[in-house]
Ligand binder design. Structure first.
Ligand code: PLP
Length: 456
């Protein structure tokens, strides 16, 4: 690729990058990368570097890079009809087909899909719909939303509030007052190390019940959670957590929103995380894996019970006042159809389960005994390694050591992309579902070398 251009300069001068130290980037103190191509689990940049992307972009390129079938579907749709809206009963073959394909894969009690563009806007939609639902049912006080510390649900006004990570609140005047946070189901980081998993689940349930009692069940509309915590640390729930939480929600007539932006369409080795952990949600949020990020598309899948109330609302007050210009965009929908077909044809959900188990074993064998490795965890292809100063007391490293960032950089130097998660010394791995055993072994071996370099 040509290098006698101004891209590097233009990048520093003009581009406002998300989730970036803006000042350091503008000053040229942190690196930039211009990504030019990708195939299966690898990406390339214009300097000729090639990386094994063990985080699938932002855990979204689930089928891997460079899939001809999806590119062709996008091109065909763009030639035939690049855009038409989906208001007042309009649709396209792609958007209608995709809605049907999603419902065919979703839990049986789900009924309809509303399409958005990102995980954040889908969760904004969900909260609006939940408020609408309770207004239609004449429960105007029932509006608060419970989320968990360490949950991640986006970075809009409402969704940034739902997110339970301080970085997304600080200086933004968030969280909004309608959002309250409860305990994260993070067994490894429990306060009382003597607690069994079952006792810890009971502790989370008690904390939720106390919160509901304090606020009043008649003021709480919904509980939102990722089946397994994602950006907050990649933590699968302790055994029995979701059925126990679900029982409290049912008792108090509180809706459950399963945020499956990461887990939807196979990442845990099952089509949805809800089925994996025994959740019965009223709404499921989907995004990333719906198109494997070949085009921006998200969705809110609503249950039949929920849908019936929305219908009642429009019978009372007329058409629903919610919609985006790009809802169900045909090019994104065509990408979604091709992506879901490919997942089926290549049996990628099954592969995520099998290679996920292999990968976790490889990680454990390579690094599990290292004195600074506290926890190797994960389900399917959503895995994390948590580093500690001391294994027995689980003490954190001093924050300014930035251990996970140093490890992430050492691994990158060896050609593997991981993700240093925002809170704690946690390195995340969420590779594409087409990962091979050889690639899984390569990540584990290079992580072992990186740990030796950074931590000794
Ligand atoms: N929900 C979850 C669970 C996510 O992980 C993310 C993004 O990582 C979002 C919502 C927000 O999605 P987006 O970045 O597409 O707005």
């Amino acid at each position: 690729m040509l290098k006698n251009d101004h891209l590097d300069e233009w990048d520093r001068e003009n581009f406002f990058h998300p989730s970036t130290h803006l000042a350091e980037f503008a000053r040229g103190n942190i690196p930039q990368r211009v990504v030019t191509g990708g195939k299966n689990c690898h990406i390339e940049d214009r300097d000729g570097n090639r990386f094994l992307d063990a985080f699938s972009g932002l855990y979204c390129v689930n089928v891997g890079y460079g899939r001809q079938e999806i590119a062709d579907a996008i091109a065909t749709q763009a030639h035939q009809l690049a855009y038409y809206h989906s208001y007042v009963g309009h649709g396209t073959e792609a958007s209608i087909t995709l809605a049907k394909m999603i419902l065919d894969r979703a839990p049986d009690h789900m009924s309809k899909v509303y399409f958005g563009l990102s995980g954040s806007d889908a969760n904004e939609t969900n909260i609006k719909l939940v408020w609408y639902y309770n207004n239609v049912l004449d429960r105007p006080k029932k509006k608060k939303i419970i989320s968990r510390w360490r949950g991640y649900h986006g970075s809009g006004l409402m969704t940034g509030s739902l997110t339970g990570l301080k970085l997304f609140h600080n200086k933004f005047d968030l969280p909004l007052s309608q959002v309250i946070h409860t305990e994260a189901p993070y067994y490894y980081r429990r306060d009382n190390l003597d607690q069994s998993e079952a006792e810890f689940v009971a502790h989370c349930v008690n904390a939720l019940e106390e919160l509901i009692d304090r606020e009043g069940a008649d003021t709480i509309a919904a509980f939102i959670g990722e089946p397994a915590l994602g950006t907050g640390g990649l933590v699968p729930p302790p055994e029995g957590y979701w059925p126990a939480i679900q029982a409290v929600l049912d008792k108090n007539d509180i809706l459950l929103i399963a945020d499956e932006v990461v887990t939807g369409f196979g990442r845990l080795g099952t089509m949805f995380g809800s089925e994996h952990y025994g959740m019965k949600p009223d709404i499921i949020t989907i995004a990333k894996g719906l198109t494997s990020a070949y085009a921006p598309l998200s969705g809110s899948i609503v249950s039949e019970k929920f849908w019936k109330v929305l219908e009642e609302g429009t019978d009372k007050i007329g058409p629903i006042g919610h919609g985006w210009t790009y809802s169900a965009h045909p090019i994104a929908a065509a990408a979604g159809v091709a992506n879901l077909k490919l997942i089926d044809e290549l049996k990628l959900v099954q592969n995520a389960s099998e290679i996920g188990a292999y990968f976790k074993k490889a990680l454990n064998e390579a690094i599990g005994e290292h004195i600074n490795v506290g926890d190797v965890r994960g389900d399917g292809l959503l895995c994390a390694v948590e580093f500690v100063q001391d294994r027995d007391s689980r003490t954190y490293f001093e924050a300014d050591k930035k251990v996970s960032y140093a490890l992430n950089a050492a691994l990158l130097n060896r050609g593997v992309i991981s993700r240093a998660m925002p809170e704690g010394d946690i390195l995340g791995f969420a590779p594409p579902f087409c990962l091979t055993q050889k690639e899984a072994d390569e990540i584990a071996a290079k992580l072992q070398d990186s740990i030796a370099e950074v931590l000794g």
